[in-house]
Ligand binder design. Sequence first.
Ligand SMILES: C[S@@+](CC[C@H](N)C(=O)[O-])C[C@H]1O[C@@H](n2cnc3c(N)ncnc32)[C@H](O)[C@@H]1O
Length: 387
Amino acid sequence: MKKSRIVITCAKGVPPFLKEEILSLGLPVRSETVAGVETEGTMEDAMRLNLFLRTGQRVLLLLREMEARNAAELYSGISRIAWEDYISPDEILCVASAVDNPTIRDYRFANLKCKDAIVDRIMSKIGRRPASGPERTGAVVDLYWKKNLCLVYLDTSGEPLYRRGYRKIPLHAPMQETLAAAVIQATGWKGGGNFVNPMCGSGTLAVEAALVALDMAPGLLRENFGFMHLKGFNRPSWDKIRQEAKARVKKSFRGKLVATDIDPKAIGAARQHAAAAGVDHLIEFSTGDYSVTPIPEGGGVVILNPEYGERMGKIEELKEVYRGIGDFFKKKCQGYTGYIFTGNLDLAKKVGLKAKRRIPFFSSNIECRLLEYDLYQGSRRIPGAEK
Ligand SMILES: C[S@@+](CC[C@H](N)C(=O)[O-])C[C@H]1O[C@@H](n2cnc3c(N)ncnc32)[C@H](O)[C@@H]1O
């Protein structure tokens, strides 16, 4: 099978974790950018990436790299690609683009030109043209056009991979599934001990942790991917890859998963999300203040994603909450490694414990940190420790 350049996009801060995942799937890492990693592989490799990756957003297979100075050149360059080999006139086509070209004021114009070039080409070769629309549930083409360089990709994911399919109830400030997976990877937790998540909100961290503990590929939860809408989609090969992934899924793991939140609505949503992911039997949910979260014997990871005032909550009230988390860590979580994921480093100082590591992440373009604390016996408050 023919190999192509494959770019996997991700949130800023995530490339180091995405790289590890790509390498562990046996694929090379060719290069990396602030929000993506490039590898190389076949369409079958792209299917595997879509199924197994936890931290990537989109798996893009490069079709053509070309020069285009303006919309007319874009149209003629795109028309020269043999679209009839990739997209059937019976499919619904979506074209998305990121454009930074001096002749284009509105990216929608580039989308339109690109879409016209594709459907006109298919019309001229087959006599029928595919319908098109904004939904990414059919065949998806992504265009990256910067200055005169134009990269044309088949988006083999379609809908971005953070849409796992289990999160259905909207709550305030949920963490994106792929970010939660990267955060868990950063803690090094693989299911070998307990995973405790007070302030669990809609349950994203707990559900993603359960998937990791069971070695369950997140793509097993999804029915639809972009590659299924491309000509030559190899269903038997896809079924085989899925079977492989299913065979890896464990029934249980050593350790406990605990998720709590003060808001009963959040716990209700988190339970439903866990059920939709098929992992509700693994997570012990309860409603209550974070400080009364039951902490199982034996150590592990305790992780909190408190509000940080950007999108909800008030800073003054939150100072007390962060101070309280420091006390909770110190008094109740000895023998664990503690983590706080926050977008407000001033608030984090109120925790009063010295962070051993500070791992940078971005959530909706807000710069965040995952702060790691060793909570050994007798951890002490250090005034002004979080500098
Ligand atoms: C930023 S959200 C967590 C989002 C979560 N990571 C997710 O993916 O949905 C913070 C959560 O902390 C909860 N919370 C706020 N104060 C709390 C407290 N004192 N004890 C327990 N939970 C609290 C809120 O109800 C909210 O669900």
